[in-house]
Write a protein that binds this ligand. Structure first.
Ligand code: ADP
Length: 257
């Protein structure tokens, strides 16, 4: 059966004013539960732990110290999983939390343990909800290092699990010839077959307030996907029910294949 990894970004989970977008999370739970019931194998990679933690503490912006960010991520991750668990439950769908670190790249035994767990969850019709373990790996939140954003993590997970498709949801309809916020004439690419330097330049620098990635990290994820002969669709996650249209075969967003 078809195996689909969905990555949802902070901008789809948290409103611009900082509060949690429960409607969006509910639409996501509805869509993924529906796919699972159709016999698809679904894996979710979620961002948003820090955003949810900030909301819980009524903080408007990230603290600068890494330990504070880690503490907020730990608080937010538990809260976020609680929300997911409740929302998926209302669609009779079980979920499980899988927190990963760089170990899955560096150590074959760790990688094997992770794939075994994910495969078993899928067999049990449980949707794995994956995030990076911010308690262990601080790089995720360190803007100076290139390692470890969730866009890349989702591409790694897609590779690890031999997924048929990675659906990456962002706050924009796809990959454009230039940042549409700055260039109203920018054109949406329907399909990209190769990531080259020219395209990387068109992706510019980091994006949203809470998100760490920006379009550049999405293109890097797409590069990993293409190197692995896999496919990725980048689409707008403002209404996550778009996932159902994508899986139904509608031409949406940018296809990297
Ligand atoms: P998310 O938080 O959903 O992961 P990001 O905010 O990190 O998303 O990245 C998406 C943003 O990247 C867009 O909102 C847009 O402002 C910016 N961007 C820069 N260059 C491009 C481009 N060429 N095409 C589309 N978006 C771009």
């Amino acid at each position: 059966s078809q195996r689909i990894v969905v990555k949802i970004g902070t901008s789809s989970l948290i409103y611009a004013n900082g509060s949690v977008n429960l409607a969006s999370i509910d639409q996501l739970a509805f869509s993924l539960s529906a796919l699972q019931k159709e016999g698809k194998e679904v894996i979710l990679v979620t961002s948003g732990a820090i955003g949810v933690g900030l909301d819980k503490l009524n903080l408007k912006k990230r603290p600068t110290s890494i330990p504070e960010q880690q503490a907020i991520a730990a608080l937010g991750q538990a809260t976020l999983m609680n929300i997911y668990s409740q929302r998926f439950s209302s669609y009779n769908q079980e979920t499980a939390q899988v927190l990963l670190t760089r170990d899955i790249i560096d150590y074959p035994v760790s990688r094997e343990n992770v794939t075994n767990t994910i495969e078993q969850l899928i067999k049990m019709d449980i949707i794995p909800i994956i995030n990076e373990n911010d308690t262990v790996s601080v790089e995720e939140m360190d803007h100076q290092t290139k390692f470890g954003d969730n866009d890349k993590l989702s591409a790694i997970v897609a590779g690890l699990t031999n997924a048929d498709l990675l659906i990456m949801l962002s706050d924009i309809d796809g990959f454009y010839s230039a940042n549409p916020l700055e260039n109203p004439d920018a054109k949406l690419y329907r399909q990209v077959q190769e990531i080259n330097d020219d395209l990387m330049e068109r992706a510019g620098a980091a994006g949203s307030r809470f998100g760490t990635g920006g379009m550049a990290s999405k293109l890097k994820a797409a590069k990993l996907i293409l190197e692995n002969n896999q496919s990725m669709i980048l689409a707008n996650g403002s209404d996550p029910r778009i996932i159902l249209d994508i899986v139904a075969g509608e031409e949406i967003g940018t296809l990297f294949s």
